[in-house]
Design a binder for this molecule. Structure first.
Ligand code: BDR
Ligand code: CA
Length: 308
């Protein structure tokens, strides 16, 4: 077999994460080493359960490592109002038959980085687990080939507060640790996601199939899609899907820009905001490569392949 790229995913499933995970499982060029699980969209008990269930539906044998049940410092509100109380649309699916690993997420990240140096790490949720791993071992970035983060709102147009995006706002201290500890990473922010919306009608057609993955995703995403149509209009926004597409298929990226990015951890109005040095005036190292545009046809290809 040809060499596959080792891929580790930190995630808080979540309807949005689910599609991104299916994309990764469907990629012939990648070997998914494991899922490290964060709290975020809903509580850890649910995000772990959802990860196990999704692996079962996808027919993959991928270890699931539970992470932190709360942000590093301050409690934060989840996004159950978007994803359902159980994070998967409250459709009442049967519990998964498999179990999570006993090893905790931060330790699994460190171990796998030693066993598979150069791995691709994709973070689709709050950065709590990665921040902990980095605090335990600051040499971790040396063993990560590429880090892709879904998070932030690079000109301050957030989705959870006026200026902040959910993954960063849920645990700003963790994001600050990661953004200052990694000398280089790729950032797929919420505003990029808004530029890559997909018509709800088109998405509904893709989901209208009998294939088990499509049927499952159609069921768990129904309420979220209705909420999205009601709140955000005609287009569906697959935040984690876009980050995963950029991770799996870097050649599909049509524009990047490289700048220093900081996370606001204080602030009366802007806690969790990502402050980008667009004019490169701070003298800080430009550690973030920010996604500008991903090829829309390739994005569709990856999303559809995930459901087949
Ligand atoms: C991010 O927040 C979560 O609700 C989604 O899963 C995605 O990772 C988008 O802001
Ligand atoms: Ca997510």
């Amino acid at each position: 077999m040809t060499h596959r790229i080792p891929l580790l995913i930190d995630t808080d499933p979540g309807v949005d994460d689910a599609w991104a995970l299916l994309m990764a499982f469907a990629s012939p060029a990648h070997e998914v080493l494991g899922l490290t699980i964060a709290a975020g969209n809903v509580g850890l008990e649910y995000t772990v359960r959802n990860a196990l269930k999704l692996c079962e539906i996808a027919g993959v044998d991928v270890p699931v490592f539970p992470g932190c049940a709360s942000p590093l410092v301050y409690p934060a509100e989840d996004a159950a109002y978007v994803h359902g109380r159980d994070g998967f649309g409250d459709v009442g699916f049967l519990p998964p038959t498999s179990r999570a690993e006993s090893e905790r997420a931060a330790l699994a990240i460190l171990r796998l980085s030693r066993e598979r140096p150069g791995l691709l790490l994709v973070c689709l949720g709050p950065l709590t687990n990665l921040a902990l791993a980095l605090r335990l071992d600051p040499t971790l970035p040396e063993r990560i080939g590429r880090l892709v983060i879904m998070g932030g709102a690079v000109t301050g147009q957030g989705n959870t507060s006026v200026s902040a995006e959910f993954n960063i706002a849920f645990d700003p201290e963790a994001a600050a640790i990661v953004f200052s500890g990694f000398p280089q990473f790729d950032l797929v922010d919420w505003e990029a996601v808004l530029r890559h919306g997909l018509p709800h009608d088109e998405v509904a057609q893709w989901l209208d199939r009998t294939a088990p993955k499509a049927a499952f995703y159609k069921a768990i995403s129904r309420r979220t899609r209705e909420w999205s149509e009601d709140r955000r209009g005609t287009h569906w926004h697959s935040a984690d899907g876009l980050a995963m597409a950029a991770a799996l298929d870097p050649e599909g990226v049509e524009a990047w820009s490289q700048h220093a990015v900081e996370v606001e951890t204080g602030g009366r109005f802007a806690r969790g905001a990502t402050i980008v040095d667009w004019a490169d005036r701070s003298g800080r190292s430009a550690q973030a490569r920010i996604l500008g545009r991903f090829n829309p046809e390739r994005f569709r290809h990856w999303l559809k392949a995930a459901l087949a």
